[in-house]
Design a protein around this ligand. Structure first.
Ligand code: PMP
Length: 405
């Protein structure tokens, strides 16, 4: 059955508009995805009919909000196949999930220890570890990336030793589109007794995520990159870890008993959810994952791979084109440079033609240094993009390049 992309587009009213008098071609999905009406309605229904604070109320609305919030947690746990819903901690997004972990792992890192990250990390899965290493007099070691944009697994293997206290890598690179062999990485790290955090910010929208199959100890992601609103995300943390790690923030909800002198902390996951949570966001994230599930992540991936392949093939015909990121296992992200053309100029002209792409470092400045480039143009695809949009995109790139040369 062909992928029902036209039907899907009707669920995303924002796509149906003109920018600079041209039909919008939205190819900035790695930065944030658009939201379907089902998700927007879930959020507005919550505020129109249910809004109430969770967990502390005796009244009906509060009980309903609590029930729905916890149901969302269960749905999300099942979606990523967590062993228990208490392993799902709601956060603001990937950045907060990583910072949470970097805060609570403080005591786990001793002077002389090391943390391994890859050279293709987003700043949010790099700077928290860099700063933690500085605070603890530990070493941050960088796993190199080859010219194709693939991780050097031999290097990783060689560097794993008892001094290494964490491996933190992304599942899919937001710059290169590389799908990292996370299961293999976890196996290697676990064989050396090292826990692993996977930054799944780019993964949920494009590939199946099964945290138990991957074996990850921690897995972070953002709702807004998988058709949910901004301001909601998840840190999956294996129960055995989260039970023994200290709390992140202090306040309401995360406590069990409090006196002026002492406190005992709440059980998981509430120990990590101080204060009023983003209830509406959690319900909308549940709805977004159900939306993806209804279409089927394999069918989505197949559709996006067709777009990626077609776009790559067409761009390659342009003189001086250089694709950044040619990993064997790759999805949904197409970074490129054109000889003699500045990415910013190209991005600006594409915008004039209605095509929304992103230019620059993509929050991965060290990767750019590592690859000896000063930025890229990045087109990134989502389930609602069409082959016709790919044609408009590649024709626009050709037109813009000819104008700029
Ligand atoms: N990691 C990766 C791989 C990303 O692509 C992003 C967002 N661009 C992040 C982390 C940070 O996500 P957020 O800004 O939603 O916290």
């Amino acid at each position: 059955m062909p992928f029902p992309v036209e039907k899907i587009r009707a669920d995303f009213p924002v796509l149906n508009q003109q920018v600079h008098d041209k039909p919008l071609v939205y190819l900035d999905n790695a930065a944030t995805t658009q939201k379907p009406v089902q998700v927007i309605n879930r959020l507005s229904d919550y505020y129109l009919k249910e809004n109430s604070n969770v967990h502390r109320g005796v009244h009906l609305l509060s009980q309903k909000a609590t029930e729905d919030y916890e149901k969302a947690r269960t749905t999300i746990a099942q979606y990523i196949n967590a062993a228990d819903s208490k392993e799902i901690i709601f956060t603001r997004g990937t950045t907060e999930s990583v910072n949470l972990l970097a805060t609570v792992l403080e005591e786990w890192i001793q002077p002389g220890d090391a943390i391994l990250v890859s050279a293709m990390e987003h700043h949010s899965n790099l700077v928290p570890w860099q700063q933690l290493c500085k605070r603890r007099n530990a070493d941050l070691k960088i796993v190199p990336v080859n010219d194709k944009g693939e991780l050097d697994l031999e290097f990783l293997k060689k560097k794993l030793n008892p001094q290494v206290k964490l491996v933190a890598v992304n599942h899919i690179s937001n710059v290169l589109g590389t799908i990292n062999p996370v299961k293999e990485i976890v196996k290697m790290a676990h064989d050396a007794g090292v826990p692993v955090l996977i930054d799944g910010a780019q993964a949920l929208a494009h590939t199946k995520v099964d945290v138990q199959e991957i074996g990850a100890d921690f897995y972070a992601f953002s709702g807004h990159k998988v058709y949910a609103p901004m301001g909601i995300g998840v840190l999956y943390g294996r129960e055995t870890w989260m039970r023994r790690l200290p709390p992140y923030q202090f306040g309401g909800e995360m406590i069990d008993r409090v006196s002026f002198d002492e406190v005992t902390f709440n059980e998981l996951p509430y120990k990590y959810e101080a204060g009023t949570p983003n209830v509406g966001g959690a319900l909308a994230l549940e709805s977004a994952l159900q939306y993806v599930q209804n279409l089927g992540i394999e069918a989505i991936r197949k559709h996006e791979d067709v777009l990626l392949e077609k776009a790559t093939h067409q761009l390659m015909k342009i003189n001086g084109m250089r694709i950044i990121g040619e990993a064997k296992d790759k999805t949904a992200v197409l970074s490129f440079l054109v000889d003699g053309v500045h990415p910013y100029d190209l991005g600006t002209l594409l915008d004039q033609m209605g095509v929304a792409v992103r230019t620059g470092y993509h929050c991965a400045e060290p990767l750019m240094q590592h690859m000896g480039i000063s930025g890229t143009v990045r087109a990134s695809f989502a389930l609602y993009n069409t082959e016709q949009e790919v044609d408009i995109f590649t024709e626009s790139v050709l037109k813009a390049v000819n104008m700029l040369r």
